[in-house]
Design a protein. Structure first.
Length: 130
């Protein structure tokens, strides 16, 4: 069984992870910081954005894969996963701004809603109600 949606989401996650690495490396090279954040606020925020991505993405991929394996996926799952990825990119741009801002808020909301939504669907599938 090929999990097309999950594979595409995993590929997108790989590209976004690479993007995070490049953004962090740019500041490291400019500021000559080899380890840690070197006391640079923007570097610290970009590192945190990458960690936020790494902390939540595995759960989305696992839930998407499990849902897709049940045959209950479909276009809605691809849309939900895409919104999650969009939210994570928005969050990363929002973390570049040193005050509360719409990008960060939207990113967090899309992440939380996607996680909760996929978890709810998974439970409903397990209970035979979806």
């Amino acid at each position: 069984m090929i999990l097309q949606t999950t594979l595409c989401l995993a590929a997108a996650a790989g590209v976004i992870t690479f993007w995070h690495i490049v953004r962090i490396a740019q500041i490291r090279m400019k500021e000559k910081v080899l380890f840690g954040d070197g006391g640079h606020d923007l570097l610290s925020r970009r590192m945190r954005a990458q960690l936020n991505f790494v902390e939540s993405t595995p759960f989305v991929l696992i839930l998407a894969g499990a849902i897709e394996m049940t045959g209950k996926g479909g276009p809605w799952l691809a849309i939900a996963g895409s919104l999650f990825m969009l939210g994570r990119v928005a969050h990363a741009f929002g973390m570049d701004i040193d005050r509360p801002n719409p990008l960060r808020i939207v990113g967090v909301l899309l992440t939380v809603l996607t996680l909760l939504g996929l978890a709810a669907v998974a439970v409903l599938i397990a209970l035979g109600r979806f």
